[in-house]
Design a binder for this molecule. Structure first.
Ligand code: PHB
Length: 402
C-alpha cells in the first residue's frame, strides 16, 4: 500500500483508519524483524579424507556448546554454516570455501582450520574482507601474524615442543633424535624442541622429516635407534597417521631399547588410546587438555559430552578446542552488546578470558594467541585403561615463538 493512497484526502474515514492500522502493523512487524539479529559463523573443517575424524571432533564440540548454552546471545541468534575443506592440501579449497562463506552465506566470523596450509591460504582474504577468524587447531606459530583478524583458541607447536625440550633436559636426558612431519608445524616442533633442549644442555644427534600423511615409520625409527639417543621426540598430525607412528615405535622396540619417547599431545590424543593401546606405555607428552582434569567447566563439558555421544565415548582435545572457539564467540558477542562488526568483535576477542574445560585460558591481546596451562603427561594403565596421566602443570604458557 502506497503512502499516497493512505494519505489521500478523498479516502472515506473508515477506509483511511483501516489503511493506517494496516500500515502501522507493517511498520511494527518490520521493527520486530529488525530486532531479530543474527551472527553467522562460517565453519571450515576437514570432514572427509584421511583426517575426517578431526572434523567430526570439532563439529561435535560446536554442537555440544550450542546444546549446553543455546543458540542466542542476548537478542542475537548464532547460526553455523559448515563446509568441508577435505584436510591438508594446497589451501586453495580452504580459501575458496572461506570466500563463499563470506560472500554467499554472509558469514560474520569464521571458525575452523585444522591444518596450517588451510589457515595460511585464507589469511589475505580475511584481511581484505575484514572478517575475524578463530583458529581451532592449525598450530604453526606464524599463522596469527598473517592477518590481524586471526585469533587462535587451540595451541602452537612451540608451546608444546619447547615444554618437552625443557622437561627432557631437566630430567637428565642428554641426547635426542627428532622425527617430525615435513611441513610448517613439524618444522616449528623440531626448531622449538631443539632450542629448549639445547638451552638446558641437551644435544640433537639426528633429525628426520616424514611425509604429512605417512603410514609407514619403520625406516625412520630404525635410523633413529641406530643413533642410540636417550630420547626420540616426535610430532605428526594426529588420527590414523599418529596411531601408525605409535604402533610402529612399539613394533620396532624403541622404548624396550631404553630410548624414551616424547611426543606432542596430538600424537596420543585421548580419543585414539584404544587404538594405540600398550604402545602408550611410558610415553611422555605435552598438551593443554586431558579428560581427567578436575575443574567445574570440565565436569559440565564431560557430562554434556557423555549425554550427547554415549557414556563410553572419549572426547578428543579437538572437541574442547571447537567448544572453546564457540565460547569465545559467545563471550565476544556479550561484550560487544550484540555488535557483529569485525572491529567490535576483534576488540572483544583480544584479551578475552575464559574458564575452559582445560583450565583458565586467555587470548593474548598482543599476539591473539592463546595463553594456557600445558600438562606434562605419562602413558600409564589406570583402572584397566591406557591413559595420559598428568604429573606436572606448566601454568599460563605463552607461545614462546612470539
Ligand atoms: C597443523 O597443520 O597446523 C596441525 C595439524 C594437526 C595437528 C597439529 C597441527 O595435530
Amino acid at each position: 500500500m502506497s503512502c499516497a493512497k493512505i494519505l489521500s484526502p478523498v479516502m472515506p474515514r473508515r477506509e483511511f483508519l483501516l489503511a493506517v492500522s494496516a500500515a502501522m502493523a507493517i511498520v511494527s512487524s518490520g521493527a520486530v524483524q529488525a530486532q531479530e539479529r543474527k551472527l553467522t559463523v562460517g565453519v571450515v573443517l576437514p570432514l572427509s579424507g584421511t583426517f575426517a575424524d578431526q572434523g567430526q571432533h570439532y563439529e561435535s564440540g560446536i554442537k555440544l556448546y550450542q546444546k549446553l548454552h543455546g543458540t542466542k546471545v542476548g537478542d542475537v541468534t548464532v547460526e553455523t554454516v559448515v563446509r568441508d575443506d577435505q584436510g591438508p592440501g594446497s589451501g586453495d579449497l580452504s580459501r575458496r570455501l572461506t570466500q563463499e562463506l563470506i560472500l554467499r552465506n554472509k558469514a560474520d566470523i569464521i571458525l575452523g582450520y585444522s591444518f596450517t596450509p588451510n589457515a595460511m591460504a585464507a589469511a589475505t582474504l580475511l584481511t581484505e574482507a575484514k572478517k575475524p577468524a578463530i583458529i581451532i587447531n592449525a598450530a604453526t606459530s606464524v599463522i596469527t601474524e598473517k592477518s590481524p583478524y586471526f585469533a587462535r583458541v587451540s595451541f602452537t607447536l612451540p608451546q608444546l615442543a619447547a615444554s618437552l625440550g625443557t622437561w627432557a633436559a631437566k630430567n637428565n636426558l642428554k641426547t635426542a633424535y627428532t622425527i617430525v612431519s615435513d611441513y610448517a608445524p613439524g618444522i616449528d616442533a623440531e626448531t622449538w624442541f631443539k632450542k629448549s633442549f639445547e638451552a638446558g644442555g641437551g644435544k640433537i644427534v639426528g633429525e628426520a622429516r616424514t611425509p604429512i600423511s605417512a603410514m609407514e615409520y619403520s625406516p625412520f625409527l630404525q635410523r633413529a635407534m641406530e643413533a642410540k639417543p636417550d630420547l626420540v621426540f616426535a610430532f605428526n598430525p594426529g588420527g590414523d597417521v599418529s596411531v601408525a607412528f605409535m604402533k610402529s615405535a612399539k613394533e620396532r622396540g624403541l622404548t624396550k631399547a631404553g630410548i624414551k619417547l616424547l611426543v606432542t599431545g596430538d600424537v596420543v590424543d585421548d580419543s585414539m588410546l584404544p587404538a594405540i593401546g600398550d604402545a602408550l606405555d611410558g610415553v611422555i607428552s605435552a598438551l593443554h587438555y586431558q579428560v581427567e582434569l578436575d575443574n567445574p567447566e570440565n565436569a559440565k563439558f564431560l557430562k554434556g559430552y557423555h549425554e550427547m555421544y554415549g557414556a563410553d565415548a572419549m572426547p578428543s582435545y579437538r572437541v574442547v578446542q571447537a567448544y572453546d572457539g564457540m565460547a569465545l564467540i559467545y563471550k565476544a558477542l556479550q561484550q560487544t552488546g550484540g555488535k557483529t562488526d569485525a572491529d567490535s568483535l576483534m576488540a572483544a576477542i583480544k584479551g578475552a578470558k575464559l574458564d575452559s574445560p582445560r583450565g583458565p585460558i586467555e587470548i593474548d591481546p598482543a599476539t591473539r594467541d592463546i595463553i594456557e596451562n600445558i600438562y606434562i603427561r605419562r602413558g600409564e594403565q589406570k583402572n584397566g585403561k591406557w591413559s595420559n596421566v598428568a604429573f606436572e602443570t606448566l601454568k599460563a604458557v605463552k607461545d614462546p615463538a612470539k
